[in-house]
Design a protein around this ligand. Sequence first.
Ligand code: EPU
Length: 337
Amino acid sequence: MKIQLHISLRPYNTMHIDVNSNAFCVIHTESDLVSAIDWCYQQNMPLHILGGGSNVLFTKDVEGLLIMNKMKGIQIVSEDEHFVCVKFMSGEIWHECVMWCIEHNYGGIENLSLIPGTIGAAPIQNIGAYGVELKDVFQQLEAMELESRVKNIFTVDDCKFGYRESVFKQELSGKFCILSVTLKLSKVHTYHTTYGNIQDELNKQPTAQLSIKSISDAVIAIRQSKLPNPVQIGNAGSFFKNPLISKAHFTTLKNQYPAIPNYPDKDKVKIPAAWLIEQCHWKGFREGDYGVHAKQALCLVNYANATGLQIYELSARIITSVQQAFNITLEREVNIW
Ligand code: EPU
């Protein structure tokens, strides 16, 4: 394992922000991880772990050692005629694992096709799309506590999953490195096709046969039509969470904006942040190299050389205008470093 000093992180974040890290290394094994942690303690430096760099906005240089996780491996741990439990090492690329599942006819994560990032990052924010969340198929994960180097198993309850939330974004933030994630996948499938325009997309396909592959193809087509490809335009997917508001607040807004899209959620109502942002005329906004994507208002973009601070300030302006217009405080979904 080689430690590089003072390197640019631009190739390692999908927002393409050009900041430096004091030190950087790539780990392929658990023993690389332990060596990297030891090095940090010797140097008295902070340590940070990066997966695909697809849910982070760097606003300043990173102090300390940034570890890029490339621990790979896929292993079946148990199976019967209905289910298979598969352990994915945390440095595996999420979408490649989805494709592997489809090839093997293991169902459960096809709606999560084309989400950028790694397996290890998926539980941290409980990734979700098109009616499915990671927690729906999650069995357990193994993580190493950085300070003690002790390995722990986390069950679904231990992870405290919520909407784009887990214990790893809250009280355990920065304390563990996720080593592997085990998912319980189906051999006899239940299809989730009711979200948004999945069904419309499926209807366009030449074969009428519903399968995990056809759902994955539909999700890929929808995502490619709306979300910018981070290889071409820097972005980190949804920049904000969809806010939950009270029913009373919703009734007031509905009187004012009869067309307001809404999704009841227990005793609250979820409003698409993209709609709120669009109403405030930010969709397609561009100033210099930063802006709001023209096809999905939830996506902030870096066209070339925007700084993390410029994008952060743009997000603050959006939060203020949505607050003034709707009395709703948007929360950032992307991790700010
Ligand atoms: N909408 C607008 N303007 C837009 C886009 C959307 O008004 O520019 C409204 C429409 O009413 C639309 C509704 O928002 O029907 C929902 O839009 P969409 O289905 O595109 O989903 P979203 O709520 O904007 C969420 C996730 C995405 C995920 C999609 C699909 C969050 C923060 N975002 O977006 O996740 O792919 O649903 O399930 O929950 C991510 O987390 O990075 C991400 C991309």
